[in-house]
Design a protein around this ligand. Structure first.
Ligand SMILES: [Zn+2]
Length: 141
């Protein structure tokens, strides 16, 4: 088995060791988030949520976010968003696009990834995105 030339471009700004430690950080965060969500479901004191909390304990990573999709609890939504972002980042690691800005396709700064391993955009594009995003959802004065 020789080299696969198509894979050469992958995650080129990161060393394997860095990718591995970022992956480990995201895995740990996933576990933490899932536990937070489970606790929030239990606290909600609703029969329906309690059932979900019970069943999510044994779920695979992939189905977890899907199951909770219609819960609609504000405090869970944020955790779910982060969980989905981490899921997506782990997928990008698998397909080799991890660490590359989704907008400008330049490498994302390693220090940014250390702070936010699931970052989808470089800091410049993120700033632009947030400005646009908040304008859209903002007030209609
Ligand atoms: Zn960018």
């Amino acid at each position: 088995m020789g080299h696969v030339p198509g894979k050469m471009a992958m995650t080129r700004n990161l060393q394997n060791k860095q990718v591995e430690s970022l992956r480990a950080a995201m895995r740990a965060r996933q576990v933490q988030l899932r536990e937070e969500i489970r606790q929030a479901l239990i606290k909600s004191d609703s029969e329906h949520y309690l059932q979900i909390a019970d069943s999510v304990r044994d779920l695979e990573d992939e189905s977890f976010a899907d199951l909770i999709v219609d819960v609609g609890l504000a405090e869970i939504d944020r955790d779910l968003d982060e969980l989905r972002a981490i899921d997506a980042a782990l997928l990008r690691m698998a397909d080799g696009s991890y660490g590359i800005c989704a907008v400008c396709e330049r490498p994302i700064d390693v220090n940014r990834l250390k702070l936010t391993p699931h970052a989808l955009r470089c800091i410049d594009c993120q700033t632009v995105y947030e400005r646009t995003h908040f304008q859209k959802t903002g007030h209609t004065l």
